[in-house]
Design a protein around this ligand. Structure first.
Ligand code: B12
Length: 165
């Protein structure tokens, strides 16, 4: 986990991570690592502090970290082909956490092994993800757009009844 590093200790004295905290994580079945490093650097560059939970994160650890850190966004990456199944299982657990009911939660990478990406995107979105970034559709450009459209500390814009504007 790299969340304890301040910009200065990470060697980026000029870094501005004031926009909030983002959890970057893989899911229980997935041991790939460089995707997570890539996402951490990209999101830090966009002004957020990143807590990178690393690969093979058990559901209960992810839920516990989300509960403890109350992040401004959760970014899930999976490239081993099981992302759809793992994502469908975990999103319900995350949305059930009161603080995360309206927090942006996205997933991306190589989420399945067949060509039926459109179905995966539709089902993951219906299950509770705010956005799904599959490799077939230039996910990094789309994700950069999503990040720049997100307001810093978006939760401050929530209405009293918890519905995001
Ligand atoms: C290195 C590697 C491994 C290493 C990982 C080592 C490590 N510590 O990371 C090892 C040998 C362990 C491994 C194992 C396996 N691997 Co592997 N692996 C790769 C490989 C060669 C490179 C992955 C990599 O590091 N890329 C560099 C990073 C920076 O890029 P990336 O992962 O592609 O992520 C990019 C995008 O996907 C996207 N992205 C990813 N996540 C997200 C999330 C969001 C929100 C957004 C916006 C974008 C995004 O952005 C990233 C940058 O462009 C790829 C093939 C390839 N050339 O890509 C296969 C590959 C990912 N592996 C694959 C498979 C099948 C496996 C195994 C199941 C093989 C096996 N039978 O055992 C196991 C699974 C292990 C597990 N439990 O997860 C498949 C997955 C197939 C699929 N999804 O359809 C691939 C694609 C190879 C292939 N062509 O078949 N692998």
């Amino acid at each position: 986990m790299s969340g304890d590093q301040s910009p200065a200790s990470a060697g980026g004295a000029e870094a501005d991570w004031s926009k909030g905290t983002v959890i970057v994580t893989s899911l229980a079945s997935d041991s790939h690592t460089w995707n997570l490093v890539f996402l951490q650097l990209l999101i830090e560059e966009c002004g957020y502090r990143v807590v990178n939970l690393g690969p093979c994160v058990p559901d209960d650890l992810l839920v516990a970290q989300c509960h403890a850190l109350d992040p401004d966004m959760v970014v899930i990456s999976s490239v081993n082909g099981h992302g759809y199944q793992d994502g469908m299982r975990v999103i319900h657990q995350l949305r059930a956490l009161a603080p995360l009911a309206a927090t942006p939660i996205v997933i991306g990478g190589k989420l399945g092994t067949d060509e039926d990406g459109a179905r995966r995107v539709a089902e993951l979105t219906a299950a509770g993800f705010d956005a799904v970034f599959e490799d077939a559709h230039d996910p990094v450009t789309a994700f950069r757009g999503f990040l720049s459209a997100m307001q810093p500390n978006e939760r401050l814009l929530e209405t009293a009844d918890g519905v995001r504007r």
